[in-house]
Design a protein around this ligand. Structure first.
Ligand code: XUL
Length: 517
């Protein structure tokens, strides 16, 4: 039976999953953790530490070595790679790889007798790649915004205000500070289009899913925005990859993979995308009507969006939806850590915290809380302590009302801050550590007034890549696998209590008032 391979080139690891479409099952998974398994790159968490002034880089050679190891690991698990008929991948968003002319040639002449990582002499004009954690480009963001007439103009054109980690400001910084090395750059790839190139054995295009995270793509035209390019770096257009629709077959896998790792010469490579767009597919949320909330260190909200609206407050982002149209993504910095701080302030464990969520009625007796323990970006606020009102105003720490006020406040703020998306939601998928908590899940259902289902998918990015390859080759097969995954999901369904609608409308107004203070 044919296999579909999905690769996730993420910050800390490279992972892969192999999907058997006939069985609708994942037949193998493998992962290589950079810090643990490639310690010679001195990047315990996947990036080079000690960068100055917010600079965070990683070595592209580490990614290449990790990629080959990960594929080897699949073979060690007895996966017959010859059965893979199509593959795709995803990369951490915003990171950039700078290739020389020699680097572009290298892609085409990789020697199957040698390891992937050993063949890149003179291939990079910038030896390390800035990644999404890099916040060193504040000056460049301001320069780009002022060239375009302000942050709002950049947001309307590209889907986001100029953002430090986005590729455009990163490219600008490099071109300004190292003009000679910029001259020697023949191509700037995203991590995802670099991955496509390595799989394809040639210079691959990029697609709107990931390209929209560069502050360079015109949302309305779906092509590079000439004015954004001009404001970013000289000679940028000829250094950017071509753009193709996300669901594009780029060709067949290169001979290097066939000779060295036993792939079939006919295995097709589908354009790789960014990790969040890929996750949208892996979480079965690529159709309008579903939003995903990932409850992690920071909470993330993302969803498919039919029209490319932009956030007037400048906090949210718009990326391409790999299955067509657009998607939106918004981060809430004060996520799990904030819930943890409220818990710790009461000296509770998670069980006690959950018990209080249960024991206190919806609305927390009129207590309102925005649990911001540090700077927040949705909305942009520089605070160090929660904003509170109602019975907990005189002391939230240790109050039995605080756990509920905290969780309700987080979801009410999320509902408020994502209203610009104008999503007509039918359901929410919750994922991440706290999603397993039934109480937290039902508060989400009640606040948003829609059904909530829990996704226990750990590898949604790699799964999304395999599903995209499958959809490219066999749309019916994709529908079948998606239906099977959805059936599994339905078992974790929680329905909202619609009688609480008015109460949460009023609580929402309370949260707005907190933000006016
Ligand atoms: C999204 C973002 C991260 C990276 C790494 O804008 O910066 O989610 O994609 O995962």
């Amino acid at each position: 039976m044919p296999y579909y391979l999905g690769i996730d080139a993420s910050t800390q690891s490279v992972s892969a999953i192999v999907l058997d479409a006939a069985e609708g099952a994942i037949v193998a998974e493998a992962s290589v953790n950079f810090g643990a398994e490639l310690p010679h790159y001195d990047a315990p968490n996947g990036f080079i530490s000690g960068g100055e002034l917010g600079e965070v880089h990683a070595d592209p050679l580490m990614w290449l070595e990790g990629l080959e190891r990960c594929i080897e690991r699949l073979k060690e698990k007895s996966v017959d790679l010859g059965k893979v008929i199509a593959l795709s991948g995803a990369g951490q968003q915003h990171g950039t790889v700078y290739l020389t002319q020699k680097g572009l040639q290298t892609l085409q002449v990789l020697d199957p007798a040698r390891q992937l990582v050993d063949q890149w002499e003179g291939a990079f004009s910038r030896s390390t790649s800035p990644i999404w954690m890099d916040v060193s480009t504040g000056a460049e963001c301001r320069e780009i915004e002022s060239a375009l007439g302000g942050a709002a103009a950049v947001c309307r054109r590209t889907g986001s205000v100029a953002i430090e980690r986005f590729s455009g400001p990163q490219i600008r910084k490099f071109a300004k500070r190292q003009p000679e090395a910029w001259k020697a750059t023949a191509r700037v790839h995203l991590v995802s289009s670099f991955l496509s190139s390595v799989l394809l054995g040639g210079d691959a295009p990029t697609e709107p899913g990931d390209a929209a995270g560069m502050n360079l793509l015109s949302l309305t035209e779906g092509s590079w925005d000439a004015q954004m390019l001009a404001a970013t770096a000289p000679g940028l257009e000829e250094r950017l990859p071509n753009l193709v629709p996300s669901q594009t077959c780029l060709g067949t896998i290169s001979d290097w993979w066939v000779q060295r790792h036993g792939f079939s010469p006919g295995a097709k490579v589908w354009a790789c995308t960014g990790d969040n767009p890929s996750s949208l597919v892996g979480m079965l949320a690529a159709e309008a009507g579903t939003a995903v909330i990932s409850l992690g260190t920071s909470d993330t909200f993302f969803a498919a969006m039919e029209a490319p609206r932009t956030d007037p407050a400048g906090s949210g982002h718009v990326f391409g939806n790999p299955l067509g149209g657009w998607m939106t993504l918004q981060c809430f910095i004060n996520g799990s850590l904030a819930r943890e701080k409220v818990r710790d302030a009461g000296g509770w464990n998670w069980e006690e915290f959950t018990h209080l969520l249960d024991a206190v009625e919806a609305g927390a007796e009129g207590s309102r809380m925005l649990p911001f323990f540090g700077p927040e970006i949705s909305p942009r606020l520089d605070v160090e302590a929660p904003l509170v009102a109602g019975p907990i105003a005189d002391g939230w720490a240790g109050s039995r009302l605080s756990p509920r006020a905290c969780v309700e406040g987080q979801f009410l703020n999320m509902r408020r801050a994502t209203a610009w998306m104008q999503l007509n939601l039918d359901r929410l998928y919750l994922t991440g550590g706290a999603a397993a908590n039934d109480r937290i899940a039902s508060i989400a259902a009640d606040v948003f007034g829609v059904e909530v289902a829990r996704l226990a998918v750990t590898g949604s990015v790699a799964l999304g890549a395999a599903l995209r390859a499958l959809r490219g080759e066999d749309e019916l097969g994709f529908d079948r696998v998606a239906a099977a995954l959805r059936r599994r999901l339905a078992k974790s369904r929680i329905t909202p209590n619609l009688e609480l609608r008015n109460l949460y409308e009023e609580a929402g107004r309370g949260i707005e008032q907190l933000l006016e203070i």
